[in-house]
Design a protein around this ligand. Structure first.
Ligand SMILES: C[S@@+](CC[C@H](N)C(=O)[O-])C[C@H]1O[C@@H](n2cnc3c(N)ncnc32)[C@H](O)[C@@H]1O
Length: 456
């Protein structure tokens, strides 16, 4: 491993730096933990084996979904009444699904190592876990935007970064958090003045694509546009390729941005592209973490949407609040640029967005306290010996879960929805008038879930 990267990396459990190089990876002698390499990328999760095991589980789930999809297509194709064009479309699509399954399996081969299982207990004990909404394929479309058809979007993204770096000074050591399939990090490294660039993400599928691209490989992968433009656009075989190999000093690291595995104050620039509003941590805490990763006078460069996904409305910040929070985190008043750019407008899709992106650059003016290590789960889940709190939300969920379980138990292939409403009334759970629409909406949801197709 290069000395530059070795000097930046720190143990995500105890902050020890530098770590020792060991057989095929890094080793923390204080925690006695090995951090393996995945296709040459250091895997810097606090519990590397469990995290890799969890991603492998998600990969196996994705492969199973593809097999299931293929089997469903086979049975649809048995229908003798299919129109000629429909039959052709389904046959093409099935061939694409089968090939995609093989391509994904090949790409993810470095992950398919049974030894990476780890114990669930130690995983929980570290309070790390993957957000449930982040599947292997959550950002699969980005791969094609980054490395196949997205030149205009990629150029527009880099332009926004340049727009906020208006003095064009050297960026020094750059860290890109949530780098995805890596294109913006690669463009920053290639086009701007960086000493080194470290791209970090926790999704191994995206990072394995990035890894192939930056070493100059080509990959052939199917894109599955959500609103195909024509019959053959529901599955489009793309060649993914970088304009050229990444220059020296470009590194990929697998890890959690909330436990960024880097030495304190080691970067001159931290970039957060399309991250601050989707990450599972409140902006003031994330801002303080970024402050601590930066050297004095370092810069935080942000780019992307401000569509905060936190369910708490108080944490869905406006641009004005966002600016204020950045300044509270020890930064200068952020310099903001806003522009409307195309977003995920695949040439094979009728669907695409235009987004008014919010970019800013803010200088670190003072050091703020480093937040406590991120804990994804509360103690009563982790230790198992504290009372489970009876929150109002749990109380409501318990009630509705009981009713739903009861409704499901009434499905016997004979009873109608009205018969079920009568039973609910007899059980004094609700009046018949209330029960009928409630059962209907619940069963509609169950019906929809059962119809849902796998999406890639
Ligand atoms: C909206 S995508 C943006 C991807 C990329 N920056 C781009 O501009 O296309 C968010 C990215 O953040 C990553 N991500 C989300 N939470 C993360 C975390 N806690 N640690 C590391 N990566 C994370 C996701 O895997 C995904 O690649």
């Amino acid at each position: 491993m290069s000395d530059t990267l070795l000097n930046l990396i720190a143990c995500p459990r105890c902050d020890k730096t530098p770590l020792e190089e060991s057989d095929g990876g890094l080793h923390c002698s204080a925690c006695k933990v090995d951090f393996p390499l995945l296709d040459g990328m250091p895997c810097m999760f606090a519990e590397p084996e469990s995290s890799i095991g969890e991603w492998r589980g998600r990969m196996q789930f994705a492969l199973q979904q593809l097999s299931q999809e293929s089997a469903t297509l086979d049975s649809e194709l048995k229908n003798k009444d299919l129109r000629r064009l429909t039959k052709r479309r389904l046959e093409r699509y099935k061939a694409a699904v089968d090939q995609h399954r093989r391509a994904l399996q090949k790409l993810m081969q470095p992950l398919d190592v049974q030894s990476y299982t780890g114990s669930h207990e130690s995983y929980l004990a570290m309070r790390t876990r993957l957000p449930v909404d982040q599947g292997l394929n959550t950002y699969y479309a980005n791969v094609h935007r980054d490395w196949a058809w997205g030149d205009a979007e990629n150029r527009a993204s880099l332009k926004q970064i340049r727009a906020v770096l208006h003095d064009n000074a050297s960026l020094g050591n750059v860290l890109v958090l949530g780098a995805g399939a890596g294109r913006l990090a690669y463009d920053i490294h290639s086009e701007l003045d960086c000493s080194c660039t470290v791209a970090l993400d926790f999704n191994p599928m995206l990072m394995l694509v990035a890894s192939a691209m930056v070493r100059g490989d080509k990959l052939k992968m199917y894109e599955f546009p959500i609103a195909p433009k024509s019959l053959e656009d529901d599955a489009v075989l793309r060649t993914l390729q970088a304009p050229e190999k990444a220059g020296d000093g470009f590194y990929l690291v697998l890890g959690d941005a909330l436990r960024a595995p880097f030495a304190n104050q080691s970067f001159n620039t931290v970039v957060t592209p399309w991250l601050i509003d989707i990450i599972a941590e409140d902006l003031p805490v994330l801002g303080a973490r970024i402050n601590n990763l930066l050297k004095d006078d370092g810069r935080w460069v942000n780019f992307g949407s401000l569509a905060f996904s936190n369910p708490q409305r108080a944490l869905q910040y406006s641009p004005e609040e966002t600016k204020g929070i950045v300044a509270e985190c020890g930064f200068s008043d952020p310099y903001v640029a806003e522009a409307t750019i195309p977003y995920m407008c695949s040439p094979a899709s009728r669907h695409g967005r235009r987004e008014k992106v919010f970019s800013f650059c803010a200088y670190k003016e003072r050091q703020v306290d480093r937040p406590a290590r991120h804990r994804a789960l509360p103690d009563w889940i982790v230790t198992g010996n504290e009372p489970v709190p009876l929150t109002p939300a749990f109380r409501t969920q318990a009630m509705s879960t009981q009713i739903y379980a009861f409704i499901m138990s009434l499905i016997d292939g004979k009873r109608s929805l009205q018969d079920m409403a009568i039973i609910l009334e007899k059980q004094q759970l609700m009046t018949r008038a209330e029960a009928e629409p409630a059962i209907r909406s619940f069963l509609t949801r169950m019906y929809d879930d059962a119809q849902k197709q796998a999406s890639f």
